[in-house]
Design a protein around this ligand. Structure first.
Ligand code: NAP
Ligand code: COA
Length: 283
């Protein structure tokens, strides 16, 4: 299968394996929470393309099976384990199974998340709590459960954050609180676990085309096109734009990088959330 992970650079298609050695992550175990779809699956594919052994978890085994088939077509070894990141025991079991399959985790990607657009007065306490539980507490669960393995591998954690962490958006009070918490957790873990050689960083993706997040936040005819026009780089992102950044952060090139939020959004945040709300949500 032709590797599907290509991103646009100066109008041309580039593959991660054109830039990085195709065995860069040989014998390197990457665990991705929420790795069964969307951006997280795109991240997993970029690692698989560079030789990594990949473990993925999510709530739906059927979804994980479909993702694993795609990852195996890229030549990677894959372990799947259905687990809800809100359930610490389930996360621990998934990490133990992953370790038995491929040895200690060297890169943990905390990508599992939930989102729905709703004005704050329409979000029930349980709705708010659900997003905090998945995004923030789920990220702590995964990090905590992977700690001993990451200590052994002197590995790193990549959190999938969002622009909502540092810019207020309408209808995103729950997500803003959760993702801001994720980025602060990332920084605190970078401080506490730096002594073990564990690096922690976040990626804040911008609007990434053909993802569940975009389907929920920018629905309707023409929304994609209108949004692309307000991104300074003039296009929506691709899952592989985020995969490429994740590969860099996990690579030895980033060995002195910890505690950072790397924003990969084509410059969208520079104009503030007002452009987004006026363009997509009607103000
Ligand atoms: P997505 O495909 O829905 O990805 C979310 C994944 O998390 C799914 O595979 C889902 O699988 C899993 N998940 C949800 N709840 C879970 C739970 N309780 N336990 C375990 N797994 C769970 O959406 P996406 O748009 O690609 O988003 C991926 C990440 O990128 C998220 O962290 C999101 O906040 C971030 N992000 C996205 C955008 C964007 O433009 N799409 C922009 C900025 C940031 P199951 O339902 O099978 O559990
Ligand atoms: N508007 C307002 N509230 C909503 C909502 C919406 N669109 N969707 C869900 N909720 C509320 C529910 O009403 C419920 O609150 P209640 O018990 O007070 O009625 C609460 O959120 C939990 O909903 P439920 O469906 O039981 O939770 P879940 O754990 O099965 O699912 C979600 C979690 C809600 C985040 C769900 O959207 C999900 O699974 N998302 C994963 C995929 C995703 O969001 N991807 C996008 C990128 S992150």
């Amino acid at each position: 299968m032709q590797a599907p992970f290509a991103f646009i650079h100066n109008q041309s298609i580039v593959r991660v394996s054109d830039i990085f050695a195709s065995d860069l992550f040989k014998n390197h175990h990457v665990f991705v929470t929420g790795g069964g779809s969307g951006i997280n699956l795109g991240v997993a594919k970029n690692f698989a393309a560079l030789g990594a052994d990949v473990s993925i978890c999510g709530r739906s085994q059927e979804r994980l099976d479909g993702a694993a088939a795609q990852l195996r077509e890229l030549g990677g070894e894959v372990y799947t384990h259905a687990a809800d990141v809100r359930d610490y025991a389930a996360v621990e079991a998934a990490m133990a199974g992953a370790r038995a399959a491929f040895g200690p985790i060297a890169t943990l990607v905390c990508g599992a998340a939930g989102n729905f657009p709703a004005l704050a007065e329409k979000i029930s306490p349980n709705g708010f709590k659900s997003v905090i539980d998945i995004d923030l507490i789920g990220s702590f669960h995964a990090s905590r459960a992977a700690f001993e393995q990451l200590k052994e591998s002197r590995g790193s954690i990549i959190f999938i954050s969002a622009g909502q962490a540092f810019m207020p958006y309408p209808m995103q009070a729950h997500v803003g609180a959760a993702k801001a918490g994720v980025d602060m957790l990332m920084k605190d873990l970078a401080v506490d676990w730096g002594r073990y050689g564990i690096r922690c960083n976040s990626i804040a993706p911008g609007p990434i085309d053909d993802t569940e997040g975009m389907r929920r936040l920018a629905p309707g005819d023409g929304a994609r096109e209108r949004l692309a026009k307000i991104v300074p780089l003039g296009r929506l992102g691709h899952v592989d734009d985020i995969g490429a950044v994740a590969v860099f952060l996990a690579s030895p090139l980033a060995s002195y990088v910890t505690g950072t939020v790397l924003v990969a959004d084509g410059g969208q945040n520079l104009l503030g959330a007002g452009f987004w709300s006026a363009t997509i949500m009607g103000g």
